[in-house]
Design a protein around this ligand. Structure first.
Ligand SMILES: [Zn+2]
Length: 293
């Protein structure tokens, strides 16, 4: 009887240690690549980046608690630390999930614009970032965040000098460009064409391989000049099924077609994950048929 008990305990120890070993193997094998996931958080936006050094970055958190589920499938179960969260602008479909992340993870660095709103979610944001003990930085045009020897984030918008004059909260959104080896990804928050034109006028280098379509595919963003200057080979739309705004708008899909830009949306694909192995270009994790029309 005792020996059976002992065998069961031994078996359990073996199973548990095996589990830890495989998790560690999995984790360290991740160092070989960079991963960028446009997470399907419904009507909202959340982008998860894992660098070659296993730094974890989250740009926005989506409209609810779903982000916690998503992070637990992207991160090892024992890891409750996130290196950097970026709040593009304080609206529910971007900020809510970040509040949950602040409550459930230890966040080392926080980047946001300082643009204020008078919602209860924003008050929570202010309290939580105060309590977090993280390094809090205000985004300003020209700021660069160096991640690895081969990857950094460049902040293209907002310019703090202009921030007070902006009436539309969407236009305060952080626009950032991720450089990884020779590839670039442009993240745009919810900016309208007003900021697109401003960035073009400033002759900022917007040219990117992959574009996160601004404002979930709203017709008031993704202007012709913007798409032509960014000239991505792939555009990604973060939006929710049957959302009340009817994002993405047909006009935007037609403009993308006109510039021959392939488009994927979280509505149709769920999470959209791209992998980059060292110097090679980004490729889709689960290669799906890119839609031609
Ligand atoms: Zn939004």
């Amino acid at each position: 009887m005792r020996s059976i008990k002992r065998r069961i305990i031994l078996l359990l120890i073996l199973l548990v240690s095996n589990f830890f070993v495989w998790n560690a193997v999995y984790y360290y094998s991740q160092e070989e690549f960079t991963k960028v996931c446009f997470l399907d958080v419904g009507q909202g936006s959340a982008v998860f980046i894992k660098t070659e050094k296993n730094q974890q970055i989250l740009i926005d958190g989506g409209p609810d608690k779903k982000i916690l589920e998503k992070l637990s499938s992207e991160m090892p179960f024992w890891d409750h630390t996130i290196d950097l969260i970026i709040l593009t602008h304080p609206q529910k479909d971007h900020i809510y999930g970040l509040l949950e992340v602040l409550k459930n993870y230890q966040v080392k660095n926080i980047l946001w614009t300082g643009a204020k709103t008078d919602t209860s979610l924003f008050k929570q944001w202010q309290n939580l970032i105060k309590e977090e003990g993280a390094n809090v930085k205000i985004a300003d045009q020209g700021l660069k965040i160096y991640l690895t020897n081969n990857a950094y984030l460049s902040i293209l918008w907002p310019a703090q000098d202009f921030l007070q004059d902006i009436k539309e909260i969407n236009d305060t959104s952080i626009v950032s460009k991720f450089y990884s080896y020779q590839d670039t990804i442009l993240f745009t928050g919810d900016i309208t064409d007003k900021i697109e034109y401003n960035l073009i006028d400033q002759r900022i280098n917007l040219d990117s391989d992959i574009l996160q379509i601004p404002h979930h595919g709203s017709r008031y963003s993704s202007s012709d000049p913007f798409l032509s200057v960014v000239s991505p080979s792939l555009a990604v739309i973060s939006a929710g099924k049957n959302n009340k705004y009817k994002f993405p708008h047909q006009e935007v899909l037609e403009r993308l077609k006109k510039y021959d830009i392939k488009v994927l949306s979280t509505i149709n694909e769920g999470d959209i994950c791209l992998i980059q192995k060292k110097k090679k270009p980004f490729f889709l994790l689960s290669p799906m048929e890119l839609k031609e029309d």
